[in-house]
Design a protein around this ligand. Sequence first.
Ligand SMILES: *Cc1c(COP(=O)(O)O)cnc(C)c1O
Length: 362
Amino acid sequence: MIPFLDLKPVNECYRPAIDEAIRRVLDRGWYLLGEEITGFEKAFAEYCGTQYCVGVANGLDALTLIIRAYGLGAGDEILVPANTYIASILAISANGCTPVLVEPDWNTYNIDPEKMEEKITPKTRAILVVHLYGQAVEMAKIWALAKKYDLKIIEDSAQGHGAVYQGRRTGNLGDASGFSFYPGKNLGCLGDGGAVTTNDAALAEKIRALRNYGSHVKYHNQYRGTNSRLDEIQAAVLSVKLPYLDADNQKRREIAQFYRENIRHPEIVLPKTSDELQHVWHLFVVRCARREELQAYLQEKGIGTQIHYPIPPHQQPAYAEWNALSFPITEQIHREVLSLPMSQVLTPSQQEQVVNAINRFV
Ligand SMILES: *Cc1c(COP(=O)(O)O)cnc(C)c1O
């Protein structure tokens, strides 16, 4: 059996160092907002190429707090891809802002810059881009639109740790970026975790307070904040794994290349990318009109797959007011996508089994 994703061997690679990191926290006896988070924030900012990083409790909070710290709320519109994980959209709604959905591009599955300008109104305040499946959004046209209309660019980098566009890493392609360290992400901790990266000192300071009850100084509350901290154990674990992120991403790239060179099936559409983007393959997503049949067939062959995602946000009961809207590209993507096994510990023989099984699908 080849599972879609087996996290145990992923973390087992780092086991001695993780054990040591956890022991260090226990020995110190300091569990929140201590040396570990400070150290990780510094290292992750450096990795992304930004001046600041603020650790928070998860990726959704990272995005929600960015929007909140910019002071956006009711009446403000934020453009967001229609084809994304629901969290990108929930972060907008949670602040009372209006998400304005934009169709993706067929080649990248990321937001289509050509379809954005027509959605901009006098109420538009920001563009939330999502580096979906691990491929950085091609930003040039989005930078130009943001400049023209004076919009903030917020990145959802939860699937894009380490991905590059024009020599810059995600997290440093907009005004502020939200990361998730959910265990299955390319950089994952042993529970929930997240971070905001930015070059905006005032924004970073505000989020530092918002994550901790709105307080910079204990029991002095400047804002009506929340509790969204990255704990010391998770920060210590992330500090162990971060130095290996590029090597892990490189392994994913090699696996993706093997899949792309060897999967040959007239009914299967492979993902498209270019070398300059340095895709980090959080997910390896193929499309097939007979997706359900393909998934059942692979399951029967002992190959686990998943669907990212089965129902588009605008068709979810949580957004009933959008259910009548039509986003044909997004809908077709949701009908056809299937994610193949992908992780840095997938062996060559497992990769071959996946390829052979798919090529024999009838
Ligand atoms: C995982 C994910 C999130 C949310 O991160 P959590 O840490 O689970 O809150 C947000 N956006 C995208 C695109 C994601 O994949």
